[in-house]
Design a protein around this ligand. Structure first.
Ligand SMILES: [Zn+2]
Length: 431
């Protein structure tokens, strides 16, 4: 099927019709190589800028080879690659970042900071124009940058293949057919690597035990990357504890005790260079509860806390699925999801554009807002429009009384989250 997009309005008032890239166009436009672009996102709460730090390349492309010009979810930013000569959109991807979360912090009202960001794109055969945009919670573009990638540029650095040992955890098929997930060791010394491989297997099993991952397990590959750390454990700044670890993660991100992240995104991706990976889970060798997951960025979570298994599944819901948190607080501060904007996350609504969400899954006659369900058999499965979600008790609605994206005790994703995950898996693995 050939579709046409109205691509650009020329300066003299003519409209140019440009054919969209089609599934079978992958080999027309791309080599079987990965283009890695390292960006710095910099600024403060009021203004942001994007800078190219470096272009890099490695053999092989593990990402999708179809739906090239489509986005499954908007994210808080996206990248569009165009063939420079014709303007045809040849690849798109979307993401969220730690930098954008930081913009909501008080610190961002008084300080400028820069954050590392790394994205993987298929390697173009001919010069391409790459446009990267960041958006706020009103979906307004706050920063954009367009730059040319010339595949013959001698300064596109050749990445050496990662030297970290790799164990296969789950094999669904070739990296071409499957979604490739890399689980990376953080804070495990060389002597502790057997513990890491067990932890990684626990994480992989926990994810694949959850619907819809269970019935679509054949569409995933999971590998464990045993990158050793000099010190055991991870950094806990509030205790003055700084450790030398593989990806330099720390608790107390943005001064929040439980928020465990790393700003060393390039180092993390260096550890994976030359391996097939599309999604990253970092397991931290610590008993302290904490973690985080950001859409198409990474998941990072504590491996030795009693809630490890449900938390890693929850965080993967963020980083793979682009799912929002369905929990909320009673005390109100600035809402993350403004009432005049429909969130892009599939499992929340402000009712601004509910028909784009799970309206079709709502049983007839369901009141809005829906009173929470108390019957234990229906708590996770009764689809409604329950008020409270996305950190706000008012004005934001979630699809079920309880869900894996709300509480650790939930045994499953709610039906709306399950459908969203399944759609995404099919987008990545079906033409
Ligand atoms: Zn849910």
């Amino acid at each position: 099927m050939r579709r046409f997009h109205i691509h650009a309005i020329l300066g003299f008032g003519l409209m140019m019709l440009v054919p969209a890239a089609r599934a079978q166009d992958f080999d027309t436009y791309f080599d079987d190589r990965t283009l890695r672009i390292d960006y710095s996102f910099a600024g403060n709460a009021r203004s942001q800028s994007i800078y190219v730090s470096e272009l890099l390349q490695s053999p092989g492309w593990a990402g999708r080879r179809h739906h090239l010009d489509e986005l499954p979810l908007d994210g808080n930013g996206d990248i569009t690659m165009r063939d420079k000569q014709t303007g045809t959109v040849i690849y798109r991807t979307s993401f969220s970042t730690l930098f954008q979360e930081w913009q909501g912090q008080e610190e961002a009202t008084r300080t400028d900071r820069a954050f590392e960001n790394t994205f993987l794109l298929p390697f173009p055969k001919t010069p391409a124009e790459v446009t990267i945009e960041l958006r706020d919670y009103h979906h307004r573009t706050t920063a954009a940058l367009t730059h040319t990638v010339d595949p013959t540029d001698i300064l596109i650095r050749h990445l050496p293949k990662s030297e970290a040992p790799v164990h296969e955890l789950h094999h669904g098929g070739t990296s071409r057919e499957c979604i490739d997930v890399a689980i990376v060791a953080e804070g495990y010394t060389a002597d502790e690597m057997e513990t890491f491989y067990r932890d990684a297997q626990t994480a992989c099993r926990a994810i694949l035990a959850h619907a819809p991952f269970d019935r679509l397990a054949g569409r995933f590959n999971f590998i464990a990357v045993g990158a050793p750390s000099e010190d055991s454990g991870v950094s806990v700044p509030r205790e003055g504890m700084w450790r030398r670890t593989a990806v330099g993660s720390n608790f107390d991100t943005f001064y929040s005790d439980r928020y465990l992240t790393t700003g060393y995104v390039r180092r993390l991706n260096d550890l994976l260079s030359g391996l097939p990976y599309e999604h990253i889970i970092v397991l931290a060798n610590t008993q302290t509860y904490g973690g985080g997951g950001i859409y198409n960025f990474y998941t990072l979570t504590a491996a030795h806390h009693a809630q490890f298994a449900p938390v890693v599944v929850h965080e993967f819901g963020h980083s793979f699925g682009g799912l929002a948190d369905e929990y909320f607080y009673d005390d109100q501060y600035t809402p993350m999801y403004p009432s005049d904007t429909e969130p892009w996350e599939p499992n929340l609504t402000t009712l601004k554009d509910f028909s784009s969400k799970w309206a079709d899954m709502l049983p007839e006659g369901t009141p809005v807002p829906t009173p929470p369900v108390t019957d234990p058999a229906r708590v996770y499965t009764q689809v409604g429009v329950y008020e409270g979600g996305g950190y706000s008790s008012k004005g934001v609605y979630r699809p079920a009384t309880e869900c894996r994206m709300k509480i650790n005790e939930a045994p499953a994703f709610c039906p709306v989250c399950q459908r969203a995950l399944e759609r995404l898996i099919r987008f990545y693995t079906e033409e």
